[in-house]
Structure formats: structure tokens, C-alpha cells
Design a protein around this ligand. Structure first.
Ligand SMILES: Nc1ncnc2c1ncn2[C@@H]1O[C@H](COP(=O)(O)OP(=O)(O)OP(=O)(O)O)[C@@H](O)[C@H]1O
Ligand SMILES: [Mg+2]
Length: 314
């Protein structure tokens, strides 16, 4: 395990944004440097304690999926090798190794493109109240965590601050304008392909969130992180049982622990005890290992390069 990175500092590059997890640096007018830190957020609050190597795990998984799914749609990744990073980033040294992506700078579309294959989280809450998800009527009698007849596109707003809110798909299509059909089609196809791959690895991807942007030619491009434990619900397939909440390889463990200590996003993030940090790290690590075949250990510090390329496409 290496020293956690809470915030990156890269002398010589301009910081454009610090998101909840990623620091976004400007390389030039066409390229960005994405640095995945070890920050973890829950209920839209960044916790005070980082999770060692989490940024490396998210980076490795994103690279793995972008390669695996590159025939579905264009994506924003230009390079992830250490040698391809700007000299200013390499000068910072080991702290940045394995966490950086050079990406195409895009105009981001104002919708979080969520696809759900199972009834969980806010979708289960809405279904229990009204028999719908994002206003879409579903068959009666579905149980918590049940597989949906078809994956559902359930977009939400991309709130600059605070909680994202579910949008009726018709409203999301209006916000996306001419890009709506492609965003929906790409999202559903990415989910279907990823779900099938993950099942073969013993993981159910219950739902996931994609973000898309538009490049200078007007093309819709897949952006951001892809199919990570931060952006998805991952369930162990062998323990799957509809009718209850599932075990998970994602942030659910942290959310449950936070609820247990009375924290539900009211007020700033809190410090996490060592055991919660350790268990969260193990869950993220296991998801990455199972999905990408990465067995680099992560324990001896940073891997030499993102391990995503290690496994051939299936
Ligand atoms: N290719 C891209 N060009 C421009 N901006 C991008 C690109 N890909 C992703 N982004 C944006 O960069 C930011 C990534 O940072 P991060 O994921 O930490 O932000 P966040 O959205 O605040 O956090 P969370 O994902 O937890 O909601 C997001 O605002 C995302 O929309
Ligand atoms: Mg994000």
C-alpha cells in the first residue's frame, strides 16, 4: 500500500477543477490531464480520510473498460502510459504514477447517463412508491434487486453542487437535443456488453453512470471514468438473491457504515476509521482484480503501468 494522495499539485500546469475525486489539469486547449486522487465521496460529500490506491484502481479499471469497449463508441482517452504524460506531471514523481489519464478536452453534456439492469437504490425507492422508475411504468410485483426485463436508461441532472436528480427520459432527451439518441444507444450498449463480461467474472453490474461530451467536430464521445466502483453498483454474482439488498464491491459498504453512525450527507464529510478504510480498499481492489484480471497486488506500491492491457479482450 502506498501513501494516499488527497490532492495533486503539479507546478507548471493550470488546475481547471477539483471534482469530488479527480483533479483536472490543463495540458493545452485540446487536452486535459485527469488525476484520480484517493478521495472518496458518499452522499455527495468528500470524506476527510482518503482510501490508499483508490485513484489507481479507478484509473486501471477505466483504461481496461475503454479498451474493452472501444468498438461501441468513441472515447476520450488519449494516453495513460507514464512516458506519455506531460513532463510537468512526471516531475512530480511516484505519487502520480498509475493515476493519470491524458484525455480529449470535451464540451460535457448536461446529463448523467445512468443505465440500470436491476432494481436498487433510488430506483427501488421510486418503484415502491409509484411502480415506476424515472417515471417509466414497470411490471407489478418486482422485488428489491430484481433484474429488470430490459436495461433501463434513467438519466439524471448533472448538478454543479448538491445531489443529482432523476429526470424523466423525455426531459433528458430535450436537454441533450440532437445528441439524445446516440447517448441513449451508446449507454445501453456499453452497459449490456459490460454486464455480460462482468458476469463471466462473477460480478453483477446492477447499474452504472456514464458521462458524454462533444468534440470539436460535434461527435458524441464517452468521457469521465467508466464502470468503476464509484460510478456503478457491483454485486458478487454468487451471493445474488432478489428480495433484499445485496452485498457489494462498491461504495455501499461505506454508505451503510455512514448511516450507522448517523451521517447522511448533512454537513461536511467525516474522518473514517482504519477498518472502514481497509475494507473499502479491499472491495475496490477485488472488483478491479475480478473484472480486469489485474493481479499486480498493489501492495508493493504503485504498479509500473495500468494493468488493464494485461488481459486480452474476450
Ligand atoms: N473529456 C472531458 N473533458 C472535459 N471534462 C470532463 C471530461 N471527462 C470528464 N469531465 C469532467 O471532469 C470532472 C471529473 O471530476 P470528478 O469525477 O471528481 O467530478 P465530480 O463529478 O464532482 O464527482 P462525482 O463523479 O463524484 O460526481 C467531472 O466534472 C466530469 O464531468
Ligand atoms: Mg465524476
Amino acid at each position: 500500500m502506498s501513501e494516499p494522495l488527497f490532492e495533486s499539485a503539479i507546478p507548471g500546469l493550470r488546475l481547471l477543477a477539483r471534482g469530488k475525486v479527480r483533479d483536472v489539469w490543463e495540458i493545452d486547449e485540446r487536452r486535459l490531464l485527469f488525476v484520480a486522487t484517493d478521495r472518496i465521496s458518499a452522499f455527495d460529500r468528500v470524506m476527510q480520510t482518503p482510501i490508499p490506491d483508490k485513484g489507481r484502481i479507478l484509473t486501471a479499471l477505466t483504461v481496461f473498460w475503454l479498451r474493452q469497449l472501444s468498438d461501441v463508441c468513441p472515447h476520450h482517452l488519449l494516453a495513460s502510459d507514464w512516458e506519455a504524460l506531460p513532463a510537468a506531471a512526471r516531475a512530480v514523481g511516484e505519487a502520480l504514477r498509475g493515476r493519470c489519464l491524458v484525455v480529449q478536452r470535451l464540451r460535457m453534456l448536461p446529463v448523467e447517463s445512468i443505465v440500470r439492469g436491476y432494481l436498487a437504490g433510488s430506483a427501488w425507492q421510486e418503484y415502491r412508491r409509484s411502480g415506476t422508475v424515472c417515471g417509466i411504468p414497470l411490471p407489478a410485483g418486482l422485488r428489491e434487486s430484481e433484474r429488470l426485463p430490459e436495461p433501463l436508461w434513467t438519466p439524471s441532472t448533472k448538478a454543479a453542487a448538491g445531489h443529482d436528480e432523476n429526470l424523466p427520459p423525455a426531459q433528458a432527451r430535450r436537454l441533450l437535443g440532437a445528441h439524445a439518441a446516440l447517448v441513449e444507444r451508446y449507454s445501453c450498449e456499453l452497459y449490456r456488453r459490460a454486464h455480460a463480461h462482468a458476469l463471466r467474472c462473477g460480478i453483477i453490474i446492477a447499474d452504472t453512470k456514464f458521462e458524454f461530451g462533444v468534440d470539436e467536430r460535434g461527435e458524441v464521445v464517452l468521457a469521465d471514468e467508466v464502470l468503476t466502483p464509484d460510478s456503478s453498483r457491483f454485486w458478487p454474482a454468487d451471493a445474488y438473491q432478489p428480495g433484499r439488498a445485496q452485498e457489494s464491491f462498491d461504495k455501499q459498504y461505506l454508505r451503510d457504515w455512514l448511516r450507522g453512525v448517523g451521517f447522511a450527507g448533512d454537513g461536511p464529510g467525516i474522518a473514517l476509521p482504519a477498518e472502514v478504510v481497509q475494507r473499502t480498499r479491499e472491495k475496490y481492489l477485488l472488483a478491479c482484480r475480478l473484472l480486469s484480471g489485474d493481479d499486480s497486488g498493489w501492495s508493493a506500491g504503485a504498479p509500473a503501468s495500468p494493468p488493464a492491457a494485461a488481459r486480452p479482450a474476450d
